[in-house]
Design a binder for this molecule. Structure first.
Ligand SMILES: [Mg+2]
Length: 232
């Protein structure tokens, strides 16, 4: 599937590349570990529970908010759990990492003159932590968090506001994300070119095909980003 996509995709037909952050440019392992291990452990310590006891409690709270902006909001969870989520994230910031070939891919897009736009549901506090410990920020032309718009990428209003904020041609845009609901939302809005990530979390198995062409690592499309092998 991806071989066909990579062979047929003509990079000249896009001028804008919209990029998700967590699970796309960056390894989702940090986020998975934070919400499923680190936060339950620290929450358990606060309330006299074992980590194993706290895990289902946190998981249920998260499930109740899935797909909403609150789910991604450090301020919401800090209030909800009465804990400083940003501080807790910093405690394990050594787990934050780019996915393989992320920086090479961003550089290649830059050399081809593509407009590289980060669109993330992550809260600005989380973006700041990720930017501080990775090399992606200087390789992005624009950074947009859905918290600025008040609705997540799953919501059509996100795309309408993005269009007003940063005029772009959906027919000449490629969007790369690891979330199926988000990719479907982009498809509904009319983004012409969509690509999924098969292995967003380096510590988990690849996910089954879910209806979009998907890559495991950027190496699979890196040469397309440069156009010519001699380019870099
Ligand atoms: Mg993601």
């Amino acid at each position: 599937m991806i071989l066909d996509w990579a062979r047929e995709f003509n990079w000249d037909q896009v001028d804008t590349v919209l990029l998700d952050m967590d699970g796309t440019l960056l390894d989702l392992h940090f986020d998975s570990f934070f919400w499923m291990q680190h936060l339950p452990r620290r929450y358990g310590e606060k309330h006299g529970l074992s980590t194993a006891q706290a895990i289902p409690d946190i998981a249920q709270r998260l499930a109740d908010k899935q797909g909403t902006l609150d789910w991604y909001c450090t301020e919401f969870w800090s209030r909800e759990l009465d804990m400083d989520i940003v501080d807790l994230k910093r405690e394990i910031k050594h787990l934050i990492n780019e996915r393989p070939q992320t920086l090479d891919f961003l550089r290649a897009l830059g050399r081809r003159g593509k407009n590289r736009v980060l669109i993330t549901n992550a809260h600005p506090d989380s973006v700041e932590i990720k930017f501080a410990v990775t090399g992606i920020q200087p390789l992005l032309d624009l950074v947009i968090t859905s918290h600025d718009y008040g609705c997540p990428k799953e919501d059509q209003r996100f795309w309408q506001q993005l269009q007003q904020n940063m005029p772009f041609d959906p027919a000449r845009t490629l969007f790369i994300d690891d979330s199926e609901p988000v990719l479907r939302s982009a498809q509904t809005y009319g983004i012409a070119h969509l690509l999924a990530i098969e292995t967003p979390d380096s510590q988990q198995q690849s996910r089954p095909y879910f209806g979009f062409p998907a890559i495991q690592t950027f190496s699979q499309i890196l040469h397309l980003g440069t156009g010519r092998e001699t380019d870099g």
